[in-house]
Design a protein around this ligand. Sequence first.
Ligand code: B1M
Length: 216
Amino acid sequence: MHDELFQAMAQSVIDGETEEAERLAREAIQAGIDPLDAINKGFIVGVDYVGEHFSCGDLFLPDLVLAGEAMKTAVAVLEPEMARRGTRRETLGKVVLGTVEGDIHDIGKTLVGTMLSASGFEVIDLGVNVPIDRLIQTAQEVEADIVGVSALLTTTMVKQRTVVEKIKAAGLHPRVKVMVGGAPVTRDWAMQIGADGFSEDAIGAVGVARKLVGKE
Ligand code: B1M
């Protein structure tokens, strides 16, 4: 069901057609499609295609930029619906979230934030290219339970290690837990750097965060 619509969503991202992606996202909401299905079965398929073809040199930076813009626009349309569907009960905990310094990828990080807040976490999203000291200072100020660090580049994921080290050095750990994620990040990497939690995707991040605050 909805396979054609999902294919059109992927294609709109591949073609970098922002207006078409936006229109399809609205169509999905009207058709009662779960917004996460629209993202995972539709738009992400397109962005993954572009990523793969960028890696092997078939597509170029402008293609990546346009695909990113189309994807971002679609997600922005779907986010309020995701939040609306989330059954918000008591506040489960505070999460300070950001994409690590040197890295400007924000689509996955923002999705994780949306899912966490839809599930009852208070999310303080510091955006992209966030200096490590700012993450730590904010965690202290707001008395965060979790610091969530996203990284999409192999050159910036190493900063996740520094976040763990600095949180420990500041005496915040283990009260403040560190959760990491992003396309190149693996469970092995998370264990290697001493992070408390890792998830491959936004849905999984909610389960991991709940576990970290002891509210499974
Ligand atoms: Co960039 N980029 N990019 N890019 N980009 C990748 C990451 C890349 C894999 C493409 C490729 O070559 N195949 C490659 C990295 C290679 C590497 O390091 N090994 C790459 C590159 C090289 C670059 C530049 C260096 C290109 C250049 O300038 N020469 C440059 C870097 C700029 C910088 O950051 N300093 C760059 C720039 C860009 C754009 C700005 C053009 C654009 C980003 C737009 C934006 O974010 N506003 C862009 C895009 C769109 C991509 C791809 C195609 C798509 C990323 C994306 O949004 N995915 C990407 C290839 C790919 O990943 N398929 C690529 C969809 C998103 C929903 O998934 O972010 O993985 P993701 O998030 C998931 C999970 O990872 C997880 O949950 C999310 C939802 O399920 N997750 C977490 C994420 N964070 C989490 C945190 C958690 C838990 C789970 O806890 C805290």
